[in-house]
Design a protein around this ligand. Structure first.
Ligand SMILES: Cc1ncc(COP(=O)(O)O)c(C=O)c1O
Length: 477
């Protein structure tokens, strides 16, 4: 029998539910019997029956010895890692854990400036010293892609003592790094390679997709199993290879960062998502890629500009649709597709849109998307979007460490008056969630102007205390 046909954690949950145990344990809804009726109607009685806790027979994700351990081993086997840890707080928690497990206070880690904001929390907790690098910028698309060995040369020369290289790949837009070359580079320099592969839980299961950093042998790799494959929201995996990261420290960090009441539904969804991929992944992803190809042809015929493999980018995840509609801002297209066609895309920026195609889509879903974009393309934009000259946010000067700024006494000033002041807030236009300003950094007048232009174009901002960003927190003088 194929060992990957088993789903031991899921089975233990099914057994618990079927056994009809009379429960006197958490959660208080007692398998749904005490839950508000409208909630039961929405999620279904089955989901609530299976929402239990780590009682006898359900194993413990913090010290697994039974169903969860076997499920993690099967996941490691399917993804070809040495060890796999199930996460119930997304890649967010995985990024934090990687940094906290690998870096001591003051040790240098090279971090892409377009890293997800969860890395900031990891840097703050670990008190590591981040040195930011800029991956190659694509002026036509107006986005940063992923690190290449060349783009790292100068930061490596300036920081020969760096303990770790942090890599985000694939990017939100689908650009994928040459993970083999980066593993080799990290090894040569005796650095750990920590990879945020949140957008790559599907990579290992189809040859047309970019190579996973897990296969390439990166030390730690985090993947969101809820993003492109069929785990429930928040379900993620952390893969470990080799023994250069101290195992005991990693496991104790995971115990610190994760809840002591992990959702049995999330954990079971990791087990069944892995089984589905191991057994049917190639077929499902073939279907995904075919649908995405059909969608690209349809969108192009409708007048959209499609983005795919880009010069200087090693590989590209063709499962996602990345496009822009000339004359329209990405924000307007996203808003109008929702309002006028009841379609919701993954994200937009001022120019581009990203739509995910996953095993949950059909030919009908793709036809609806293409028809809606065609209709929109035939209409006038609410406001004609002019592509602004390529914008390359400069790295602001850093005057305090993340921790010092986090702990500093602060005051709020209008955004227009923040140039030259030391920021306490993170300022992170979302999407795509890339921080422009981090605690301790000093924005220049040009950066403030650029932020104001983004806000005027409709971008929302995360991380700042004032969500409208009319004011920003700075260190009190
Ligand atoms: C590159 C990247 N890393 C990490 C995360 C956080 O993942 P999660 O939502 O699983 O916590 C995201 C979320 O969008 C992301 O885009």
């Amino acid at each position: 029998m194929d060992p990957q046909s088993a789903a031991p954690y899921f089975d233990s949950l099914v057994n618990y539910v079927k056994s009809g145990v009379l429960s006197f344990h958490m959660p208080g809804h007692q398998q749904g019997t005490g839950a508000p009726a409208e909630f039961v109607d929405l999620v279904g009685a089955g989901a609530l029956q299976a929402d239990i806790t780590q009682v006898q027979g359900m194993d413990d994700i913090h010290r697994p010895f039974d169903g969860c351990l076997r499920a993690q081993r099967l996941a490691a086997q399917a993804y070809k890692s040495d060890r796999c840890y199930f996460l119930v707080n997304g890649s967010t928690c995985g990024n934090q854990a990687m940094l906290l497990a690998c870096l001591n206070p003051g040790e240098t880690v090279l971090v892409p400036r377009n890293a997800h904001s969860s890395t900031v929390a990891g840097l703050l907790l670990s008190e590591a010293r981040p040195v930011y690098y800029q991956p190659p910028f694509d002026a036509e698309m107006g986005v940063f892609h992923v690190a290449t060995p060349d783009s790292l040369l100068s930061v490596l020369q300036r920081n020969p003592q760096a303990r770790a290289l942090f890599l985000t790949s694939p990017s939100y837009y689908g650009a994928a790094a040459d993970v083999d070359a980066l593993v080799a580079l990290a090894r040569q320099r005796d650095m750990l390679l920590l990879v945020d592969e949140a957008w790559g839980a599907h990579l290992a299961f189809h040859p047309r997709l970019p190579r996973s950093a897990v296969w390439a042998g990166a030390d730690l790799v985090v993947q969101s199993s809820h993003k492109l494959v069929c785990g429930l929201s928040q379900a993620a995996m952390l893969h470990a290879n080799g023994d250069r990261v101290e195992r005991a420290r990693l496991e104790s960090v995971l115990r610190m960062l994760q809840t002591t009441s992990p959702s049995t539904l999330l954990v079971a969804s990791l087990d069944t998502a892995r089984r589905q991929l191991a057994q049917e992944g190639q077929r499902l992803l073939e279907q995904v890629l075919q649908l995405a190809d059909q969608a690209r042809a349809g969108l192009q015929a409708a007048g959209a500009r499609l983005w795919g493999r880009r010069p200087g980018v090693h590989d590209w995840d063709d499962s996602r649709l990345v496009f822009s509609l000339p004359g329209f801002s990405g924000y307007e297209v996203e808003r109008r597709l929702r309002r006028e066609h009841n379609l919701q895309l993954e994200m937009s920026d001022s120019q581009n849109l990203v739509a995910l195609v996953t095993p949950g889509h059909t030919r009908q879903s793709i036809d609806r998307l293409v028809a809606a974009v065609s209709e929109l393309a035939g209409q006038a934009p609410e406001k004609v979007h002019k592509i602004r000259s390529p914008h390359l946010p400069e790295l602001p000067e850093s005057r305090l460490s993340l921790k010092q700024a986090f702990l500093a006494r602060w005051e709020s000033v209008p955004l227009s008056k923040a140039a030259g002041r030391i920021c306490v807030d993170t300022v992170c236009p979302y999407p795509p969630g890339i921080p422009w300003l981090l605690p301790g950094e000093v924005p220049s007048p040009a950066l403030i102007e650029e932020l104001q232009a983004e806000l005027a174009a409709g971008v929302t901002v995360q991380g700042a205390y004032d969500p409208q960003l009319e004011t920003v927190r700075v260190v009190k003088e």
